[in-house]
Design a protein around this ligand. Structure first.
Ligand code: GUN
Length: 281
């Protein structure tokens, strides 16, 4: 084994400890307790577990958390009403609507109803636009966590060739924008990309968010590249990434495990975004 492990669990813990201190300082100076509202509707077990983790992380750092567990029969207008209330709730600085939502509910309409200043998921077009323009904004949590992990290596991102695989609005596209903001030369690959191998071969940083197990093999990785695996597929009840870990670990300089790499960072960034939203108040 050659690569060093980017331990997302440990790094996320350190970030959460730092946030807890900042939250306490905010309370001592202003009496404000950052508050996060989580809305989940007709969820499967995996989503419920994930939302529980988000709530526990919230209270562990000293934030206020409020949750709405709604049945799968909930209507779009009922969810919109809850968002309207939360948009005006002084105790709430961040609103998270767990996706996916039950069939028949338009996720775009729901996400767009959240006030951009409370959009700690960074899904609102106003925040997407600011990210595109390189302005300060609430950016999506998984890409923020990816940047933190890369910075943790101590290797300067500026001027590096970063290849992102996947063009989702939640991970791939915003990860590309954040890497660009760090002055990387960014290539965004997707399902129609021709000859992924030759592109990856020139990558100093690989961020894979395709959801295709074994997509990134060891012989596609340039010697000493940083490999961030943001793939999330459940196979035989186990979470698996996009990267063939056993092969990649022999070529890369740094690598994230799955689980325990990008996942824990997403929650830490959710808390960081909620504090950021509260500080803006
Ligand atoms: N479902 C899976 N990941 C996410 C996320 O980051 N935010 C929300 N709101 N829902 C999700």
């Amino acid at each position: 084994m050659k690569a060093k492990i980017l331990d997302g669990k440990k790094i996320a813990k350190e970030i959460k400890e730092k946030l807890a201190g900042e939250i306490e300082a905010l309370y001592n100076s202003s009496g404000i307790v950052p508050g996060l509202a989580v809305v989940i509707a007709g969820a499967d077990d995996a989503s419920l577990v994930y939302v529980d983790m988000k709530e526990k992380a919230c209270t562990a750092v000293g934030m206020y958390s409020k949750s709405f567990r709604l049945p799968s029969t909930v209507t779009q207008s009922e969810i919109l009403n809850i968002i309207d209330q939360l948009n005006h709730d002084e105790q709430i600085h961040g609103i998270l609507i767990q996706l996916p939502l039950p069939e028949g509910i338009d996720e775009k309409v729901i996400s767009n109803r959240i006030h951009p200043e409370k959009d700690i998921d960074g899904f609102h077009p106003v925040n997407n636009g600011k990210l595109f323009l390189g302005e300060d904004s609430l950016a999506p949590c998984t890409p923020l966590g990816i940047i933190e992990l890369i910075k943790h290596t101590g290797i300067d991102i500026s001027g590096k060739h970063a290849v992102v695989i996947g063009r989702s609005n939640i991970v791939g596209k915003p990860a590309g924008m954040l890497l660009l903001r760090e002055n990387a030369t960014v290539t965004l690959c997707h399902s129609k990309t021709k000859d992924l191998t030759s592109i990856l071969k020139s990558a100093d940083i690989i961020v894979s968010a395709a959801g295709i197990p074994n997509l990134v093999r060891g012989d596609m990785i340039k010697e000493d590249a940083i490999v961030i695996d943001a793939g999330t597929r459940v196979v035989d009840n186990k979470l698996v990434g996009d990267v063939n870990y056993n092969e990649a670990v022999m070529a890369a300089s740094w690598i994230t495990p799955v689980p325990g790499g990008v996942g824990p960072m997403t929650i830490a960034m959710l808390l960081q975004n909620t504090l950021k939203a509260a500080l803006k108040k």
